[in-house]
Design a protein around this ligand. Structure first.
Ligand code: MRU
Length: 351
């Protein structure tokens, strides 16, 4: 499986997603601040992967702490959590993972653990977040495979693959799950301007897996849907609000509207850690705006004239009415989401 992120001794190693597919190079982070920077600068990206990286970064930072007293150690821990929380605002998995680390820390403090014991506990929690993410992806992949026809043409947007998670992927997890069940799948990958996650990362993953893949530029989706019978669209998510409104990579909303026009079912695949019942609807999801340079340049080549204003929102929100189902590690949830998503969490609490 793809090595998205791993702990190796006293560094956190991640494949540099900015350089793929041309180069497979790894970034070795020695401090929590370096991990935070890697998240901010998109060395690692994708909602679940960001959460995993933050947890592993916090555990790494605390392992390297020289504090001997619990008070100083606690202050450093809370600082590390704040630094991680300030990296990217939209993917709720980031805040979910930080909250898990905070709860782990509180439990250790309440139990009167020593600094060394707390360090061990934080490491275990971060690794658990990593390992559970792979399990969640595999589970949702198996559930999602059920909605994939035996011979399917699937469109996806951005990269919701192994690279965007601790492994296996969400939207690509469903595709992998379908292939593992013996279904024949052909994938159309939107290139996903401006960061090109579809062209660079999704295509790279799928080609490695031997899954037939066609890359299209974002403005070709409408023509594709008119000319080629697409069976379904599957995308990932950065945050799913309580009513099912879903923030995902910029361009997703347009794909959903086109899917409706062409009677193509539009599915979202995400682990429960992406569902945020505290956010009532899409209007309350903070949307990250990124650097203009991502739009004005490709590599060192300038595309736009000096003086042109640039707007670069990293995500958009797809209203829940366009979504046929939300494929999670607890099953597939259907409208009305305001009820079904709440039930998903009740199952977890009771289970
Ligand atoms: O800006 P990115 O590359 O972090 O955005 C990623 C996406 O929008 C993904 O589709 C989403 O995080 C789901 S990843 C399983």
């Amino acid at each position: 499986m793809l090595p998205t992120i791993a702990r190796e001794g006293d560094v956190v190693v991640m494949i540099d997603q900015r350089k793929l597919p041309a180069q497979e190079v790894y970034v070795r982070c020695k401090t929590a601040a370096e991990v935070a920077r890697a998240i901010k600068t998109m060395v690692i990206r994708g909602a679940p992967a960001i959460g995993v990286a933050a947890a592993m970064g916090i555990a790494l930072g605390m392992r390297r702490s020289t504090a001997t007293g619990t008070q100083k150690f606690a202050a450093e821990f809370h600082k590390a959590c704040e630094v991680m929380a300030a990296t990217r605002p939209t993917a709720v998995n980031l805040f979910w993972a930080i909250e898990r680390m905070r709860r782990s820390f509180s439990a250790a403090a309440q139990a009167g653990e020593s600094v060394d014991q707390i360090k061990d506990r934080l490491e275990r929690e971060a690794q658990a977040i990593h390992d559970e993410d792979v399990e969640s992806c595999r589970a949702l992949g198996a559930f999602g495979a059920e909605v994939v026809p035996a011979d399917a043409r699937i469109l996806t947007h951005c990269n919701a693959g192994a690279l965007a998670t601790a492994g296996y992927g969400t939207a690509l997890g469903v595709i992998r799950g379908a292939v593992e069940k013996g279904k024949r799948v052909a994938v159309f990958a939107d290139e996903t301007r401006p960061f090109l996650q579809g062209a660079r990362l999704t295509a790279w993953e799928l080609v490695r897996d031997g899954i037939p893949t066609t890359v299209i530029t974002d403005n070709m989706t409408a023509a594709l849907m008119r000319q080629v019978p697409i069976d379904l669209v599957i995308v990932g998510a950065d945050r799913i609000a309580a009513n099912g409104d879903t923030a995902n990579k910029i361009g997703t909303y347009g794909v959903a509207v086109l899917a409706r026009e062409h009677n193509v079912p539009f599915y979202v695949a995400a682990p429960l850690s992406t569902i945020d019942l505290n956010t009532p609807d899409g209007a309350h999801i903070p949307i990250e705006e990124r650097n203009a340079r991502e739009v004005t340049h490709v590599g060192s080549a300038q595309l736009t004239p000096e003086g042109a204003a640039i707007w670069n929102p990293a995500f958009d929100v797809t209203p829940h009415r366009y979504i046929a189902g939300i494929i999670t590690d607890r099953g597939i949830f259907r409208p009305p989401y305001i009820e079904s998503l709440k039930r998903a969490f009740e199952v977890v609490t009771l289970g």
